[in-house]
Write a protein that binds this ligand. Structure first.
Ligand code: PLP
Length: 278
C-alpha cells in the first residue's frame, strides 16, 4: 500500500491533510478508481477523460495534464510493487477556512493511493448475487464522479444489511438507472440494454468496455432506458464496475430473476471483456 499526497509519498498511517480540506468539509471533489492488471493501468485514458469531465462539471480547474497524472500514478505503482492493484485518485477543490463560497485562487489537493485488489469471491460469479431496489433519492448530477457519495453509501449499506450485493436505483416512473457503485444491464428479447450515459448515471468505464465487447461479439445492444418490470422479466441481468467487472444478478427484492442463475450471455461478455483488454 502506498499514498501520494500533494507531492509527498508515504504510508496511509503517515499521510495527513488539513481539516480545512474542502473534500473533508463539503465533499467538494471528484475521484477515479482505476484497475491495474499485471502491473498495467487499464483504460487510464478513459479514466482521466472522465476526471476532466467531472472537473469541468464542477468548475474545478485541474492544474495537472493527463500525462502528469499518469506519470505520478505509474511511479507510485512501480514503487508499491503491487501488480494486481486498485488505484484511487481524488482531487478536492483545495484547503481554505470553511465557507461554501470558494476562492478561485485555492489549489486543489490531490491524493493517489495504490492497494492490492480486494479478493472477489468466485461464488459471486458462479451463483449470481442479490439486489435490492431503492427509490432514486440522489441528485441531478450523477454523471459527475463526485466524492459526495452519501446517497450511494446509504443505498449500499441498506443492500448490505439485506444480505444483497448491490442496490439498484429506480425512478418514480419505474426507470432503472444504475446501482450504488455500478452500472446495470439487462439482456432481453435478444438485445442488451443499459441506461444512456446522461446525467442520471455515471458513465462507467467498464460499461463502455462491455458495450465494446457486445459490438465485437455482434450482440445487438442499445443504450436505452428500461423499467423495473422489464428487469424482473429479463433473461439475464448483470452489473458492472472497475473492481467487480461483470456480476450476474439472480434475485431482486427477494424475487428470483433471470431464471435464478447466471446466464450464458453475461459469461460470454465477461470473457470477451477480458480478452479485449489483453
Ligand atoms: N455508477 C456509480 C454510481 C459508480 O460509483 C461506479 C463506480 O464506482 C460505476 C457506476 C461504475 O463505473 P466504472 O465502471 O468506471 O467503475
Amino acid at each position: 500500500e502506498l499514498v501520494y499526497l500533494n507531492g509527498w509519498t508515504g504510508t496511509f498511517d503517515e499521510a495527513t491533510i488539513s481539516v480545512n480540506d474542502r473534500g473533508f468539509n463539503f465533499g467538494d471533489g471528484i475521484y477515479e478508481v482505476v484497475r491495474v492488471y499485471e502491473s498495467r493501468l487499464f483504460a487510464m485514458d478513459d479514466h482521466l477523460d472522465r476526471l476532466e469531465r467531472s472537473a469541468k462539471a464542477i468548475d474545478l480547474d485541474l492544474p495537472w495534464q493527463k500525462q502528469e497524472l499518469t506519470a505520478i500514478t505509474e511511479e507510485l505503482l512501480a514503487e508499491s510493487g503491487i501488480s494486481e492493484a486498485m488505484v484511487y485518485i481524488q482531487v478536492s477543490r483545495g484547503t481554505a477556512h470553511r465557507n461554501h463560497i470558494y476562492n478561485e485562487e485555492i489549489k486543489p489537493n490531490i491524493l493517489v493511493t495504490v492497494r492490492s485488489v480486494p479478493e472477489r469471491s468466485p461464488a459471486m460469479y458462479q451463483n449470481g448475487v442479490k439486489l435490492i431496489t431503492q427509490p432514486e433519492f440522489r441528485w441531478q448530477m450523477c454523471h459527475v464522479k463526485s466524492i459526495s457519495l452519501l446517497g450511494n453509501v446509504l443505498a449500499k449499506n441498506r443492500a448490505h444489511r439485506a444480505g444483497a450485493a448491490e442496490a439498484v436505483f429506480v425512478h418514480p416512473d419505474g426507470t432503472v438507472t444504475e446501482c450504488s457503485a455500478s452500472n446495470i444491464f439487462i439482456y432481453s428479447n435478444g438485445q442488451l440494454l443499459t441506461h444512456p450515459a446522461d446525467n442520471k448515471i455515471l458513465a462507467g468505464i467498464t460499461r463502455k468496455h462491455v458495450l465494446a465487447a457486445a459490438e465485437s461479439l455482434n450482440l445487438p445492444f442499445a443504450e436505452k432506458p428500461f423499467k423495473i418490470n422489464e428487469l424482473m422479466k429479463a433473461e439475464e441481468v448483470f452489473f458492472t464496475g472497475t473492481i467487480v467487472e461483470l456480476v450476474p444478478v439472480v434475485e431482486v427484492d427477494g424475487q428470483s430473476v433471470a431464471g435464478g442463475k447466471p446466464g450464458p450471455v453475461t459469461a460470454k461478455l465477461h470473457q470477451e471483456f477480458t480478452s479485449l483488454r489483453k
